[in-house]
Ligand binder design. Structure first.
Ligand code: TXA
Ligand code: MG
Length: 322
């Protein structure tokens, strides 16, 4: 693990001089945490194999788990990947935003092989957050960026979360405030067959299906799996029990709607609000020393699908972690 002598500074992403400093670090092969509308990402130059290797090491991420290349928009994307009409339609509707498209990687794409784990495909996303857009445009090329947390831990939604998990292993943290979406992007594969949902996320399935028609599910028949979708992931230290109407002795209750709990994800039962605060809530309960977290039922519609996916991974036995 590359250990730097002192913790990475945290600087305001809204300062153009800070963006210039971040670009210089990235051009030199360094690692910069950047805010996006979903979660904070740990950015590296997608074309620099050494920088990308450093990124995998900093996260403790297995190298078979490919990264998302972040682009400013379609103009940068179609130089990197085969770009079907459907990609155009989806980008038109949802980019910049919380949607990642897995597409055939162009052989001449300026992306190191290690960045997409040597696959024939590449995951692309144009983030909506102004700081991420500013950084990618100033860098003038694709940046790979996994969530800025140690592999297997809960994704960071503030600069302070990044500092806690990775501060001593990276070069700079750009502070752009709390992430408004709060869940990682929805990942879909457009590789020729039926478009496939690889990871539910911050864009609800039904919005995508309005354009693509019914998405196949990863795990259905021949559908491919996202290599990074381990069963246990996004895991707090505490043990988790889902679908709880009340707390049992020794549990703290994470509430939703009318099940108020010790902490409530959304008193009005709003799924977008629950998504925004989910990861911070898990961290808060962990920090309070909770050893058992019970979670109120979350409806499985809209963003609830992604919330329940993350909760199920958080609840999975930790020895499933690769
Ligand atoms: O919202 C997000 O997507 C955040 C922000 C920073 O953009 N990024 C993020 O990256 O969540 P990461 O690395 O934590 O998750 C990327 C997911 C993993 O499940 C990975 O396996 C999958 O995308 N993925 C990446 N490239 C792929 C490929 N070529 N084929 C299939 N799955 C891929
Ligand atoms: Mg992640």
């Amino acid at each position: 693990q590359p250990a730097l002598s002192k913790p990475a500074p945290i600087k305001p992403a809204s300062d153009p001089a800070v963006i210039e400093e971040a670009v210089a670090i990235l051009k030199a092969g360094g690692l910069v945490a950047m805010p996006t509308e979903t979660v904070y990402g740990l950015a590296a130059d997608a074309g620099n194999a050494d920088a990308v290797a450093r990124l995998y090491a900093a996260k403790g991420r297995p190298r078979f788990n490919p990264l998302i290349a972040h682009v400013a928009g379609p103009n940068m994307a179609w130089r990197l990947a085969g770009w079907p009409d459907l990609a155009d339609q989806l980008a038109e509707s949802f980019w910049p935003g919380p949607l990642t498209l897995v597409l055939p990687k162009r052989p001449d794409a300026p992306i190191a092989d290690i960045a997409n784990a040597g696959l024939d495909s590449i995951a692309l996303r144009a983030p909506r957050h102004a700081a991420a857009q500013a950084l990618i445009r100033a860098f003038d090329g694709p940046l790979v960026a996994p969530s800025a947390n140690p592999s297997g831990a809960v994704s960071p939604t503030t600069a302070a979360h990044v500092a806690e998990g990775l501060g001593d292993r990276i070069d700079l943290i750009l502070d752009g405030g709390a992430c408004p979406v709060g869940l990682e992007s929805t990942v879909i594969a457009l590789l020729g067959g039926t478009p496939t949902l690889l990871r539910p996320g911050g864009l609800a399935r039904r919005q995508i299906e309005a354009i693509t028609g019914r998405l196949a599910d990863a795990g259905d028949g021949e559908a491919l799996l996202a290599p990074g979708m381990m069963k246990s992931h996004y895991a707090p230290n505490a043990a988790m029990r889902l679908g709880a109407e009340t707390a049992q002795p020794g549990e703290v209750l994470l509430g939703f709607g009318t099940i108020s709990g010790d902490l409530n994800l959304s008193e009005t039962g709003d799924l977008a609000e629950a998504a925004t605060g989910l990861f911070a809530a898990l961290r808060t309960l962990d920090a309070r020393g909770a050893t058992r977290i019970a979670v109120a039922p979350i409806p499985d519609e809209g963003l609830g699908e992604a919330i329940n996916d993350r909760l199920q991974r958080a609840a999975a036995p930790k020895d499933d972690l690769i």
